[in-house]
Every structure is written in C-alpha cells, then in structure tokens.
Write a protein that binds this ligand. Structure first.
Ligand code: AKB
Length: 316
C-alpha cells in the first residue's frame, strides 16, 4: 500500500526526531514535514517541507490532497506551562488542530491519525502511584483539560465514524536534539545543558517532585509502533498509558554527578510546582504492553550517559 505521511508540528521537540525517523523508514519524499515555523536544517534539506498552520483546515486539506497523504501525525500543541499563561490560545490550538485532522479522516481524505495525549490528563484526585489506564481524571491545567477533551473526541470519532485515530499519554520526554518549549517536565532537559555549561542548575521544581519520564528514542518507537499495529490490536481509542522511568530532580542530579562530580542544584520552585504536584508519579502501562507489545529500553543511567555524550560538544 502506498503510504504518504504528513507531520504537523515537525519543528518541535518530538516532531523533529519523528520526521527523521519516519523518513528513515518510508523514504525522505514520502514524509512531508510541516510547521508554522521553519524546521531544523536536516529536516528542510532531507525532504519536503511546508509552512502550515495547524488551525487552518483549508491549508491542511490542500497539503493532504497535493501530496496524497494517507497518515497524519499531529504534533503541534501548546504545553502545560505556556498553556497556563495563554489559556484561550492553548485551548484553541490544541482543540482546533485536532478537529481539523479528525474531520479530514471522517470525510475519507486521510486513513490514519496519530495524536499525542499526555500524563496531564490526570489531576490532583488521580491515584499517584501506578496510575491505572482507567481512573479518576480531573485535570487542573488548560493543557490537561484540552488533552482529556481531545481523548474523548478521538474515541467518539472512532466509535461514531470509524476514524482510525491512535494516541499515547506521553510522560515527560527527554532529548538532546531539539529543546522543548513550555512544558513542566522541561527541567529534566535543561538540567543537562546547565550541568555541562555552568556546573550549576536552578530548578523550578522542588527536589522531591517525582514524575514519569521517557527518553525520546523510546517515545518515537512507541509512536511508530502504535501506528504500525493491526487496527484490532489498538483496543483503546482514547489514549494509552505509557511509561519508562520515574525520577525527581534530586535523583537525576545524583546521576549527573557520576559524570560531573562538582555539579550543584539549587531549588526555586515556581508556578510549575503546582502543575507537577497535580500529576502522577508513576504510570501503569500494562495495556500498551499487552495490546501492541510496548516495552521501553532506556533507563535513567543510560539516558544520562547518552545526553552527556551528545551535548558535551556544545559546551567545550
Ligand atoms: C509538559 O510538561 O507539559 C509535557 C507533558 C507532560 O505533556 N512535557
């Protein structure tokens, strides 16, 4: 079957790596990258790129028709911390972009959608340890409300119109290629940059704030694997829990100190502390493991080694 993929939000933290990974699998010209901003050089130079506003239905439809797109990965979103500063912007971007692709699929213009959800769908009343797939969900951030609402709409479009939409609740994602923007879990990337640059980091969460996290390579594998799974194996059509590791700032700092012994962290929690405190500390992802064979590969020690090896050149 001919497959042509459109990535919306290809300049972002996940979109950048996902684009290159998918181009490696399907061929550079089968994977069309798009974003409202230009992407990294490797993306712009290795295959097609379109400037595209995720909120503009007609513009997305034009790209879908011109390139005969079959699958869309919608990676454009406003994350938790920025969402609290611009609530309506976050809601409009996160919801309108989702409706645009769901409606294209409903009208038979595309076959399959990947849309990312997040641990932000959970809230302060959710059980914090081994958070189950189905549990109390009362998110307290605009981002979390948009992701939870989005999950309900994905399931609705699947049940009502047969739309093949697949989703994962990403934990905090750690990568060295592209910086994240506007998330609460971003400290876990910034800490590596500051450790290498200044041997000192001022952390906006307190040292005991445990959150679920994942190395980007694992997240990309999960994303592509759920899209490759047979439709009957994707039994959950809102979004799957997904997990790899959990740590707090104190623990990640200790791991970094194994490589940079004089690294120090100071703690100055800000408004993001409340967001982090409302989220789970660990996630039960047994459904993803059972239904489509998910398993993570990278733990905290391995991730720290890879992050430091790949970032140290920038600060030497
Ligand atoms: C954020 O911190 O907002 C994101 C997320 C957990 O979805 N990284």
């Amino acid at each position: 079957m001919k497959k042509r993929i459109l990535i919306i939000g290809a300049s972002g933290q996940i979109g950048t790596e996902l684009t290159m990974y998918l181009r490696g699998i399907y061929g550079n010209h089968k994977v069309i990258a798009s974003d409202i901003n230009e992407a990294a050089e490797e993306i712009m130079e290795s295959g097609p790129f379109e400037i595209l506003d995720a909120m503009d239905y007609d513009a997305i439809q034009d790209v879908v028709i011109n390139y005969e797109i079959t699958d869309v990965y919608l990676m454009a979103a406003m994350l938790s911390a920025t969402g609290e500063k611009f609530p309506m912007k976050a809601w409009n971007l996160n919801m309108n972009s989702l409706f645009n692709v769901l409606n294209l699929a409903k009208d038979g213009k595309i076959d399959k959608i990947f849309w990312p959800s997040s641990i932000a769908v959970f809230g302060p009343t959710t059980p914090k340890q081994d958070t189950p797939q189905k549990t109390i969900m009362e998110p307290s951030t605009v981002y979390g409300i948009s992701k939870q609402t989005g999950e309900r709409w994905c399931e609705y479009y699947h049940n009502k119109y047969g739309v093949d939409v697949r989703s994962i609740r990403y934990p905090g994602l750690i990568s060295y290629k592209t910086l994240p923007g506007g998330g609460t879990t971003d400290y876990a990337i910034d800490i590596y940059h500051k450790a290498l640059k200044h041997k000192k980091y001022i952390c906006f969460l307190n040292e005991e704030t445990t959150l679920p996290m994942m190395f980007m390579d694992d997240a990309i594998r999960a994303t592509v694997n759920i899209m490759l799974a047979a439709p009957e194996d994707v039994k959950i059509r809102n979004a799957y829990n997904l997990s790899a590791m959990s740590f707090n700032p104190k623990k990640i700092a200790k791991t970094i100190q194994k490589h940079i012994p004089d690294f120090e962290v100071e703690y100055e929690p800000d408004f993001r502390q409340d967001i982090a405190d409302s989220w789970p500390q660990s996630i039960d992802d047994s459904n993803a493991r059972k239904d489509w064979g998910w398993s993570h590969k990278v733990d905290l020690d391995e991730m720290t080694k890879v992050m430091i090896e790949n970032l140290k050149g920038e600060y030497e």
